[in-house]
Design a protein around this ligand. Structure first.
Ligand code: NIG
Ligand code: FE
Length: 418
């Protein structure tokens, strides 16, 4: 077998080899650490992962790209499994209010927050949305991210804007090296027009929007913001079950701010993942563990909301809930594309170990997107999505926080960032 790319002399190789499923409990301790590691790639797939030299059945020639990763750390390409990538405008105007202690939900109820991004997203044309999202995607890639989930949700009752967001995500998926997994999140706020009768809007989502999204094949997942003043547990259940009937798997913004029973709902209807969970109850956490629902935790949002409350990641892991970690990149509650910073927050604030952190942004992130068979770990047959960090070990990346440690990023076997 001829290798098209070889990464050799790897100081610290983190393979995450093992079962292709979300990891919990004991399985979090073994991240497949190899010293003096070597990886061989043929076209877009990994053909060898080991230590020292390549075995005899793998050959190299003048065309093989050889990377010497002495003193570097190599991991699977990072996965940001929860973002609101495509949107117009920004919300730095909320900073002064936030500093005065006005809460996220109060800003939303006063017509700001998501409503203000709705307006900017509606006013932006396809090309403007595309180039803004592309810039963010370039930044994400520069931080070692090779797969990103992107939610709609800034058109809401303006369905054309919802479609525009998902079409931008689709085009970026086709044209940008980073893979984009699309989620329909029309249920992101209750439009002013339906405040008196939110169920009418729920019916519109179910009867008019979901079938079109499914028909146009614009989203693999459906997500709902289940929160006080937004969608209730019953409304969220109705929307997600209808989406599932149409082939979209369910995700849920659950218990982000108030403990509404979102975690319980996610378990009841077998969501692939529940997001945020800052205020999740003990019962909710236990039921998620029983059902294997992945907790997608977003510590950057807690940091930025300034409430001092973070999801109880340790309790979740102790109960056996698989934990993924993401940025939640959006213009309101978490305006950052920097997944390495989120890794530091997860460790330094939520007290996750480096092993738990790297698992959260690789194999568990992959599982939150249903992609654990093809990405999220470095093993033979998987996609050659690889991040090389200019850091001697994993701890260093987490400890030396707030800067970019990326040296090289490989996507589908090609160097796409250097
Ligand atoms: O995940 N909570 C709902 N959605 C986003 C924030 C969206 C926004 O504020 O624009 C979140 O926090
Ligand atoms: Fe979110």
């Amino acid at each position: 077998m001829k290798a098209t790319l070889v990464i050799k002399n790897i100081g610290t190789l983190i393979t995450l080899q093992g079962e292709n499923k979300a990891r919990t409990g004991k399985s979090l301790e073994d991240i497949g650490l190899v010293e003096n590691g070597i990886i061989a790639v043929q076209e877009d797939k990994i053909i060898y992962v080991g230590q020292g030299e390549l075995p005899e059945n793998i050959s190299v020639d003048r065309e093989t790209k050889i990377i010497d990763a002495k003193g570097k750390t190599v991991t699977p390409g990072l996965i940001d499994s929860h973002t609101h990538l495509v949107h117009g405008g920004s919300r730095e105007n909320e900073l002064a209010m936030k500093l005065k202690g006005v809460s996220y939900l109060d800003i939303l109820a006063a017509g700001g927050g998501i409503h203000s991004t709705m307006e900017s997203t509606q006013n932006a044309n396809f090309d403007e949305l595309y180039s803004k999202a592309k810039k963010s995607l370039d930044t994400m890639l520069s931080y070692g991210v090779t797969t990103v989930e992107a939610k709609s949700g800034y058109g809401i009752e303006d369905f054309d804007t919802e479609l525009k967001q998902m079409e931008v995500a689709k085009k970026l998926d086709e044209e940008h090296p980073v893979n984009i997994i699309s989620t329909f999140m029309g249920a992101h706020a209750i439009p002013k027009k339906y405040e008196e009768d939110p169920d009418e809007f729920v019916d519109i989502i179910i009867n008019e929007m979901l079938p079109v999204v499914a028909n146009k094949n614009l989203a693999q997942f459906c997500d709902v913001f289940c929160e006080e003043g937004v969608f209730t547990v019953d409304q969220s259940r109705r929307i997600l079950l209808a989406a599932r009937e149409l082939g979209m798997e369910a995700k849920l913004h659950a218990d982000e701010i108030k403990p509404l029973g979102g975690a319980e709902l996610a378990a009841e209807i077998d969501c692939i993942s529940a997001e945020h969970l800052i205020a999740a109850s003990d019962v909710g956490i236990k039921s998620m563990a029983e059902k294997g629902v992945i907790a997608n935790l977003l510590p950057g949002t807690s940091f930025n909301l300034q409430t001092g409350k973070f999801a109880r990641a340790r309790d979740m892991i102790t109960e056996g809930v698989p934990v993924a970690l993401s940025t939640d990149y959006n213009p309101g509650s978490c305006p950052t594309e920097n997944l390495q910073l989120i890794m530091s927050f997860a460790s330094l604030i939520m007290k996750l170990t480096p092993e738990e952190v790297i698992t959260g942004v690789t194999i568990n992130g992959a599982a939150a997107l249903g992609l654990e068979d093809s990405i999220g770990s470095l093993e033979v047959g998987k996609k050659a999505d690889i991040a090389i960090f200019d850091a001697p070990n994993l701890e260093y990346i987490i400890y030396h926080f707030g800067i970019n440690h990326t040296d090289i990023v490989i996507k589908d076997g090609k160097i796409v960032y250097q």
